[in-house]
Unconditional design. Structure first.
Ligand SMILES: Cc1ncc(C[n+]2csc(CCOP(=O)(O)OP(=O)(O)O)c2C)c(N)n1
Ligand SMILES: [Mg+2]
Length: 464
């Protein structure tokens, strides 16, 4: 044992340049962490990358301190290996960092922000539990969305992606938290800012990016683009502001009619919240007690107009008037998950629809043609990034409660980078759909369902 100790200690001295062998466990650990720091080039924070691409200095302050977790379970020791990025780029190089020794907490409970309530006596809980596996899964899901959007930004600027393109970075906790609280067999419909939900509904990064570049391997065979992606129980991707809300109520009507205990999550923005058709949909959903969870993703702006300038009341969770509502911290994935569980349960138990307002923020401008800094200050964006970023919040929580290590997050980041790079490779090399496919795959059934007066394209044959 002593000789092993001396061997490891001496090896570390050689690597880290330390003159005397580390005599204590803590000194050895310091050496080890220094070694990891020296040999692992920092994975650039996506926030920094984005800011740099926008000629901005990186945010200076660190994420806020979080409520101390109450550990409920002790973990077994975990072995975490961390490959450096240079190793990824040069598979032949041999630097592998192993930091075993971590005793991870497998489950912890966290305080979450109280939701504001409308027409309800009780709301979601103020504490929630998180397992290490769930936490890592949330981190991964959000980080994939972030990286995918940053890649879309880059491809757009290179003119490889054309047309409309609305990015979702900043809002990742909404999609990850909602999806964690519903079942894949539940239904979901959203507006044009749809890349995040397309991913959480099960579409791969590869199919999403290939759709954005208009290639045949895209999820809509390269014919839909950014705003028109679909998957099982996912109805897009809708470009007309607010139009998806009555559709969502219709899907909820189908759920009720079929008695299958499913719900429809119907998402819209703060800008859409002022549209007339939203209130018509609310009325019918409440009248018929439809299992519809209306979610207003309040990201503070509709195009270049702030909510204060656009809305007589910015209490979007109260907009249903006769319908109950909750206002939720949409930057905290745990808060979103708990609130969605509560709201979904409300719908499923026959109480009818409910509104959930998720308070969130979009980092990018409205679309790729909007730099996003003429109607808000750069400082405002940086403030949110540095104090309220959904990914950093979760990461800090998990680190401060010993649920994962820095190296482990780094390793996940490297895997994700690779996944996104591979997807980009595909999305830029796959072929475009051939012209003879232009009129195919328009209808889901073949022959198309005849609806009197609504099929001016009836002469086109569908071969879906
Ligand atoms: C019926 C209709 N009116 C106007 C537009 C133009 N438009 C596109 S997005 C948008 C703002 C919507 O903002 P919000 O609902 O807050 O969604 P966000 O972009 O913030 O996700 C507007 C006015 C449109 N697409 N459809
Ligand atoms: Mg908005």
């Amino acid at each position: 044992m002593t000789s092993v100790w001396r061997f490891v200690s001496n090896a570390l001295c050689r690597i880290t340049g330390r003159k005397v062998a580390a005599p204590t466990v803590s000194e050895l650990l310091v050496d080890l962490s220094e070694f990891i720091r020296l040999t692992s080039p920092a994975v650039p924070d996506p926030a920094e990358t984005w800011l740099q691409s926008h000629k901005q200095p990186p945010p200076s302050s660190t994420p806020p301190s979080l409520a101390p977790p109450v550990c409920t379970d002790e973990a077994s020791a975990g072995l975490v290996s961390s490959m450096t990025e240079s190793q990824l780029e040069n598979p032949g190089s041999t630097v592998v960092v192993s930091n075993s020794l971590n005793e991870f907490t497998t489950r912890a409970s966290f305080d979450i922000k109280k939701c504001d309530l409308h027409g309800l006596e009780a709301g979601p809980p103020l504490k929630t539990e998180l397992s290490r596996d769930e936490g890592l899964r949330f981190y991964r899901t959000m980080q994939v969305m972030r990286r995918m959007e940053l890649k879309a930004d880059q491809l757009y600027k290179q003119k490889i992606i054309r047309g409309f393109c609305h990015l979702y970075d900043g809002q990742e906790a909404c999609a990850a938290g909602v999806e964690a609280a519903i079942d894949p067999s539940d239904h979901l419909i959203t507006a044009y800012r749809a890349h995040g939900y397309t991913y959480t509904r099960g579409v791969s990064v590869r199919e999403i990016l290939a759709e954005l570049t208009g290639r045949r391997g895209g999820v809509a065979k390269g014919k839909g683009g950014s705003m028109h992606m679909y998957a099982p129980n996912f109805y897009g991707g809708n470009g007309i502001v607010g139009a998806q809300v009555p559709l969502g109520a219709g899907i909820a009507l189908a759920c009720k009619y079929q008695g299958n205990n499913q719900i429809c999550v119907t998402l819209y923005g703060d800008g859409a919240a002022n549209q007339g058709q939203i209130f018509e949909a609310f009325n019918m959903a409440a009248l018929w007690k439809l299992p519809c969870l209306f979610i207003c993703e309040n990201n503070k702006y509709g195009m270049g107009t702030s909510v204060e300038r656009a809305s007589a009341s910015t209490d979007y969770y109260k907009r249903g008037h006769f319908m109950p509502g909750i206002r939720v911290d949409g930057m905290d994935v745990l808060c979103v998950r708990e609130a969605t569980k509560f709201a979904a349960d409300h719908c499923r138990t026959g109480k009818g629809p409910i509104i959930m307002e998720l308070q969130t923020y979009r980092y990018h401008g409205h679309s790729m043609s909007d730099p996003g800094v003429s109607y808000r200050t750069r400082e405002e964006i940086q403030e949110v990034r540095s104090k309220n970023d959904p990914i950093s919040l979760l990461k800090e929580r998990m680190l401060s409660s010993n649920m994962a290590s820095v190296e482990e997050f780094k390793e996940i980041d490297i895997e994700i980078r690779k996944e996104v790079e591979d997807a980009t490779q595909f999305a830029t090399s796959d072929s475009e759909p051939p012209l003879e496919e232009l009129c195919n795959h328009i209808f889901s059934n073949n022959p198309p369902l005849q609806v009197r007066g609504t099929h001016p394209w009836a002469k086109l044959k569908s071969s879906s």
